[in-house]
Design a binder for this molecule. Sequence first.
Ligand SMILES: *Cc1c(COP(=O)(O)O)cnc(C)c1O
Length: 357
Amino acid sequence: MAKYEEERTEDVSSLLNPWIRELVPYSSARSEFSGKADVLLDANESWVGGNDGVNRYPDPLCRELRKALEEKLGLPYEMTAIGNGSDEIIDMLIRMFCAPGKDSVMIERPTYGTYSVFARTSCVDVVDVPLTPSLDLDEEAVMRAIAEKKPRIVFICTPNNPTGRVYPLDAVERIAAANPGITAVDEAYGDFAENFHSAVNLIAANPRVVVLRTLSKAFAAAGARIGVLVADPVIQRTFMKAKPPYNVPLLSQKAGLAAVNDYENVKRRVEETRRRRKDFASFLSSLPFVREVFPSEANFVLFRTGDAAALYTCLLEKGIVVRNRSSDPMLENTLRVTIGSEEEMEKLREALCGWRE
Ligand SMILES: *Cc1c(COP(=O)(O)O)cnc(C)c1O
């Protein structure tokens, strides 16, 4: 880490909103004293114990969880911060780097919906660059939009939700190099991709790159709400300063720690999910009413059919809920199916076999 600090190529603090850069953080009891003591009478907590220790405030820095992320996943401690889900990190990045009523962020549609919702709740514009007709990143169009619109944050979701497509890391690298603002790479589904090249490796050479990870998908902890920001330590420290002091609940930190420490099993289950994804995709291709199966590197498969709304309703009547993505641009008549357990997939296959257009 010392090496990283020495080799830093650029000071990113000038990109921060000035009121964020100059923010004096709230000083919580647990940030003023974070050691071990017998008698803790500093935080106005209740003396009533039991109940998993929730009478105490959680660690504002999520230190144990971040140490585990360093040990198991190789994410440097000084470069990680934990959000209440990636959702909180997306919201915080917009508040850290974009001036309300003035700045914009960029997305490549169709993609995950929360980037634009959080932008709009902060009165930040959304520049929308469509994917190519084959649902790849349109690098030239992205470059042009960066030059013209000067977005403060370019969000890139890879593997992309809802298409399942991985964008080549060198394309992400070129975009981030050309982008004078922040390039936020959302790798929520990266664990499921084969031979995945993470954008974490770009940060040392380009500290304007930030990466979002989550324990909600491969780590099977969506209910714990643990999102991970991996970023240059200047950005990491600013996030820590600007976030709500106790943003990650105590029980969530415990659940997240258990999930990360179970990394061997996580990898085994990811293998299983990949196998099932492959089998399900070839099953879909064999069905007469399936027009197109989009190759996926995530834990879901998107496919096109003749009448997605009718098929959706038919599945629902059999108690199976999938996602109708047909209202997204370029995704007419598509359904997105999460890879479930073997039993769930068998029920789905049966239902699909009975469908006639
Ligand atoms: C599911 C998902 C996330 C995870 O969000 P959390 O708030 O961490 O649960 C992030 N990005 C994308 C693209 C997703 O699909």
